[in-house]
Design a protein around this ligand. Structure first.
Ligand code: COA
Length: 259
């Protein structure tokens, strides 16, 4: 599919999805949100893609939802916009293939929310994070009020939401919002290197780890432990388990097939 506001490039089983409206700091208008949804639907089914890196063109990752569209929204349109964005970001979060956000610059509002919907976040030293919606008289609409607290804890999340303050990459790392901070020039290399490390592992195991953590966080510990045991049992039926353990015992590198 051809995209107006994204680029999608695949190499070495890794898709790089770049939000590409640099003159608007990659602000997410409705069309861009819809394109991200279509891209993820495509990627999910594309057997040549095993992992996805999400990044932004130019000096921003994504500077938020497009304020020029939000400015005239009615309550009904606003709720619909929020639900549509939440749906797209949830599709990213539940993608069985690993998704890494390579945060190259501003990740504000919807940009911070996009990064949080990815499984792992690697930030350039130039990255800046924040949920400035309260400065505009709104609150985050693409999951930020829910995912931020799950990632950094209630107290820090409420501080960021209420003040609308921007934090730099090192502070984002300190509070657990990002997994790693690297020099700007090393950002894509670092994201690809981590992705390759993941892709060397069993893809079914990776997919079920994503699901176990995602679903498990919404369950009681006892329910989560049952989910884990079910996944553990399911993986015991796979060729990948036999390959992974056989390779260990034979002292060779495993070659997983995802079945
Ligand atoms: N929606 C729409 N347009 C946006 C945008 C957004 N969220 N963020 C940036 N832009 C546009 C600007 O309007 C400007 O467009 P123009 O050149 O046509 O005037 C262009 O992107 C460049 O942004 P500018 O503000 O000139 O860059 P800056 O370096 O001075 O400031 C920011 C960068 C990120 C601090 C500033 O753009 C900003 O505060 N953006 C909004 C952040 C926000 O509130 N996001 C949450 C939205 S819910």
């Amino acid at each position: 599919m051809a995209f107006q506001n994204l680029t999608l490039e695949v190499a070495d089983r890794i898709a790089v999805l770049t939000v590409n409206r640099p003159d608007k700091l990659n602000a997410l208008n409705d069309a861009t949100i819809a394109e991200i949804g279509h891209a993820f639907d495509e990627i999910r089914l594309d057997e040549s893609v095993a992992g996805i890196i999400v990044t932004g063109a130019g000096r921003a990752f994504v500077a938020g939802a497009d304020i020029s569209e939000l400015a005239s929204q009615t309550p009904v349109l606003a709720k619909g916009r929020s639900r549509a964005g939440q749906d797209v970001f949830r599709r990213i979060e539940t993608c069985p293939k690993p998704v890494i956000a390579a945060v190259n610059g501003f990740a504000l509002g919807g940009g911070c929310e996009l990064a949080m919907a990815c499984h792992i976040r690697i930030a350039s030293e130039a990255a800046k994070f924040g949920q400035p919606e309260s400065k505009l008289g709104i609150l985050p609409g693409f999951g930020g009020s829910q995912r931020l607290a799950r990632l950094v804890g209630k107290g820090r999340a409420i501080q960021l939401l209420l003040t609308g303050e921007m934090i730099d990459a090192s502070e984002a790392y300190r509070i657990g919002l990002v997994n790693r901070v690297v020099h700007a020039a090393e950002l894509m290399g670092s994201a690809k290197q981590m992705m390759k490390q993941i892709l060397a592992n069993g893809p079914l195991a990776v997919a079920l780890c994503i699901e176990a953590v995602d679903r498990g966080l919404e369950m009681s510990l006892d329910e989560g432990l049952i989910l884990e045991a079910n996944h553990f049992g399911l993986l015991a039926a796979t060729e990948d388990m036999r390959e992974g353990m056989g390779a260990f015992l034979d002292k060779r590198t495993a070659s997983f097939k995802g079945r």
